[in-house]
Unconditional design. Sequence first.
Length: 191
Amino acid sequence: MDDMFKGYLPEGEHPDIQIYIFPHLREFLVIDLREGNPAVTLLETGEVFGEPFYETLEQEFSFTVRQENQFPFAHLMNLPLRLEETIRAVAMNCILDRLGIDYGDEEDVPSIVVFVISGGALAMHSEKLIDSVQELLGTFPDQPRMEEWKDILLRLVRQENQALQEVNQLELSEALASESPDYFSLWENRN
């Protein structure tokens, strides 16, 4: 699985697969560049994160938590990082399974880049995101659905922005009502 996250590609090369994840949405976009013309797919999280995903994740968690170790405290302290790596690996396997991509042979593992599209940069750079995807797809002459994919990407960007604003508003409301665990005050008198 470590081969799936190889690092940087030489300049000018595109990864085999680009995944655009919008953390607050149930849809994400995958562009597969391996077969000449790009295969662009809009996936729902429910298609990927079903029962097999959770069963595999539970098995991997159990193995990781119970793994014998010479330094038990260090092992426990490192669990959050190891569990995060496990979640990423299992999720990537499930995405590749859903796309019908065989990753069993190390030679066949495609290069993958995952873009997490969210936060303040999204609002400021959404046009650059659209332009880069349009430019990427535009390098292939037989891409008849270019405008459709551009519209879908614009919709996802707008929905992510909207969801992020709603989350921020909710967090602010909770903080002002002292219901947030992250809430604190410098001038609070509890007497």
